[in-house]
Ligand binder design. Structure first.
Ligand code: NAD
Ligand code: UD1
Length: 340
């Protein structure tokens, strides 16, 4: 029998690409999403690509009754938990909303999993939990840092709750996947990132400048101690990330307790390198101006991807030109994202 996976937040950016990968790999999928930051159109696009569609439940991960019903009516093997809010600036203005969705949401899900006797969980964490790392590349055994905003704190708190939970009950097998900077889109150009309003992340912003929806990129600081003075990050293609989730799902079948894996490429690129790579992909120039540093930003952050390679047999395969070409294809074909 095919295994059935519950994917919370499965119509969002990373969740939808992972849902597609799961369906393509032969899993059955139930998506739970309240659509607060995504469109159900992403699931139609999945069907167009692979001929299969996940079951979809519109609901909130904080709703116990909805969760109990899903577990009662489906034989769920494992849960991939993407549902949550992710905008750093918004989290500063609305901390309670962030703690509620990201912390209470995770708690409510775990309680429902216990009631349903399901103990395999893959959690979407972030490199933000490392704070300002002591050295590069960042390994999983580095201490977690002090997040500078409620979003980052909500991820760290959720990680710590999951650690306590696994210590208290050996039936749990939990993967904490610390993503570096997810970018890119499905190579078909029909699925991708669809941010609400003006993007705060670099690649969606560049891409909207390229399509002339925004006039100019602001480069946040050129005085960092990096080769060209701009911030350096480990950008990872969302399709590689999706494949990383399938590898983690396999791995937690064999393991118990909490396992932490970085999902990154191990290579850092500066903001100026990113602009240049996007210009090559889209054949247009990206106007930019250098402005002050953004509060809370760090100079550099890239992953040591060795643990994931050794323990999951997973490495990122797509390079920067793939990330940019796929982002551009998605942007060009869907200038207003999933809204049309
Ligand atoms: P996204 O906003 O595209 O997807 C999240 C999905 O969760 C959305 O479809 C949203 O509607 C849904 N959702 C939010 N709160 C919910 C709730 N209470 N109940 C049900 N559904 C809810 O974001 P994404 O980029 O796909 O991120 C997925 C996960 O990965 C998030 O937990 C995020 O914090 C984490 N993460 C993302 C990044 C990134 O740069 N994109 C980096 C590190 C970690
Ligand atoms: C940000 C969040 C982080 C979150 C991650 C993924 C902050 C401080 N951090 O990480 O918590 O996990 O997104 O969603 O918001 N840049 C510009 N101009 C722009 C946008 C970005 O120069 O308009 C620069 C930034 O200074 C940084 C790099 O581009 O050096 C990447 O920025 P971004 O895409 O926002 O990701 P992070 O800051 O790494």
């Amino acid at each position: 029998m095919q295994k059935k996976i519950l994917v919370t937040g499965g119509s969002g950016y990373i969740g939808s690409h992972t849902t597609l990968a799961l369906l393509e790999a032969g899993f059955d999928v139930v998506v739970l999403d309240n659509l607060c930051n995504s469109s159900i159109e992403s699931l139609n696009r999945i069907e167009n690509i692979c001929g299969k569609k996940p079951d979809f439940i519109e609901g909130d991960v904080r709703d116990e009754q909805t969760l109990d019903k899903i577990f009662a009516t489906n034989e769920i093997d494992s849960v991939l938990h993407f549902a949550g809010l992710k905008a750093v600036g918004e989290s500063v203005n609305n901390p309670l909303t962030y703690y509620s969705n990201n912390v209470v949401g995770s708690l409510t899900l775990c309680k429902a999993m216990v009631r349903a006797n399901v103990f395999k969980l893959v959690f979407s964490s972030s490199a933000t939990v490392y704070g300002d790392p002591i050295e590069m590349p960042v390994r999983e055994d580095f201490p977690t840092g002090t997040p500078t905003n409620p979003y980052g704190r909500s991820k760290l708190i959720a990680e710590e709750i999951l650690q306590d939970l696994a210590k208290s009950d050996s039936r749990w097998s939990i993967a904490l996947l610390r993503y570096f900077n997810p970018v890119g889109a499905h190579e078909s150009g029909t699925m991708g990132e669809d941010p609400n309003g003006i993007p705060s992340n670099l690649v969606p912003y560049i891409s909207q400048v390229a399509i002339e929806q925004l006039s100019k990129l602001s480069v946040y600081g050129r005085d960092y101690p990096t080769p060209d003075g701009t911030g350096v990050r480990d950008y990872i293609h969302v399709q590689d990330l999706a494949e990383g989730h399938l590898s983690a799902l396999n791995a937690i079948d064999e393991k118990t307790g909490v396992n932490i894996w970085n999902l990154g490429t191990g290579v850092g690129y500066s903001v100026l390198e990113m602009i240049q790579a996007f210009e090559v992909a889209c054949g247009r120039s990206i106007p930019y101006q250098v402005v002050d540093r953004r509060t809370g930003d760090i100079a550099e952050c890239w992953a040591a991807p060795k643990k994931a390679a050794e323990e999951l047999g997973w490495t990122a395969k797509r390079d920067l030109s793939d990330m940019m070409a796929d982002t551009w294809r998605w942007q060009k074909r869907n200038p207003t994202g999933y809204k049309s």
